[in-house]
Design a protein around this ligand. Structure first.
Ligand code: URA
Length: 326
């Protein structure tokens, strides 16, 4: 296959993934601006009645080959969930006495309803291996020039809890494993305090290569590499995703708000997964007082983990022998 053909195929696949990812991220409305059929000043897509409040999104301008432009605004909406009383959480020694049980969204009904991954651990692992192969010796963005090891992610293919960090630091770049430095050790303690084992969760990052001097990843780097995080989520299908820090929150929620404003709130992924942003462990190393807040946030996740999985009111149709569906 010629290089050009290969590049075009890769581009098409990446675009398809980006679209799936956007849907996955909760983009519900795509507004196309300046459509010929719209009256001036009239939005081309009417806001649905009772639409959930807009919480984020992004504007994109697409340039056609003949010079025409299309502008899109992709809008992410928050599904409102009713707070209920939190079940009693396990008090972690790590966080001391200050942590208090808070309201939880434990029994809040949410749609779509998350269902466990029907694939076996081996099948999920095979898909992750395939994705790793597809990423290959990646040169898609500038960060490849400074890396020693690409850090794909690690953990159980059957994990129902996924932690998404920002990107590898020095220790991760050296070892090829996520969260193995100081911040990683603190994350281990946090996971233990939740009554879980690191190896039962899945840990990965928005970007897979270490930025120079651990700087914050740039938007284009996040867009290029973030699709692989989205694919990992798609493959593993976790019930809960904890965004560690604002880079993961910015990418997964498509919003650009201070962590102080969004932490501890649940957002919904189209798979039914519940996304909760909280402070990054590296931030906790510099701001010990924030540990209490992280513990409050994670208690909400723990409360939900203990809840039985809701039955899907609209299960996928059962295939009949004939190949038709019921
Ligand atoms: N910080 C991150 O965001 N990810 C890692 O893997 C390590 C430190």
């Amino acid at each position: 296959m010629s290089d050009v053909r290969e590049d075009v195929l890769l581009l098409v696949r990446d675009l398809q993934t980006e679209l799936r990812v956007l849907r996955g991220l909760g983009v519900r409305v795509v507004k196309r601006q300046a459509q010929p059929e719209s009256q001036p000043g009239e939005p081309s897509v009417k806001k649905p009645e009772n639409a959930a409040p807009k919480i984020g999104g992004r504007k994109t301008t697409y340039q056609f080959g003949d010079g025409r432009q299309a502008r899109w605004e992709m809008v992410m909406q928050e599904r409102e969930a009713k707070p209920t009383k939190a079940p009693k959480g396990r008090q972690a020694q790590l966080f001391g006495q200050g942590a208090r049980a808070e309201e939880s969204l434990a029994q809040a009904p949410s749609k779509p309803v998350w269902q466990p991954n029907p694939l076996s651990a081996e099948e999920v692992q095979a898909k992750l291996d395939e994705l790793r192969q597809e990423i290959g010796d990646c040169t898609r963005c500038r960060l490849h020039t400074g890396r020693n090891n690409l850090v794909f992610g690690a953990g159980s293919p059957k994990a129902t809890l996924l932690f998404a960090g920002e990107g590898p630091g020095r220790d991760e770049d050296r070892t090829g494993k996520p969260f193995v430095g100081r911040a990683g050790h603190l994350l281990d303690k946090i996971i233990e305090a939740m009554g879980l084992k690191r190896e039962d969760t899945y840990i990965c990052n928005v970007i897979k290569c270490r930025p120079p001097e651990n700087r914050t990843p740039q938007d284009d780097e996040m867009r290029t590499c973030g699709i692989f995080l989205a694919r990992q989520i798609e493959i593993i299908r976790p019930r809960h995703i904890v965004c560690l820090g604002s880079t993961a929150a910015k990418y997964l929620l498509q919003i650009n708000q201070a962590m102080g404003k969004i932490r501890g709130r649940f957002f919904e992924h189209s798979s039914g997964a519940r996304i909760l942003p909280t402070y990054h462990p590296a931030y906790l190393l510099r701001n010990a007082k924030a540990k209490k807040l992280v513990w409050e946030d994670l208690q909400k996740v723990m409360g939900e983990i203990k809840q039985p999985v809701e039955e899907d009111p609209n299960p996928p149709p059962v295939p009949l022998r004939s190949g038709l569906t019921s």
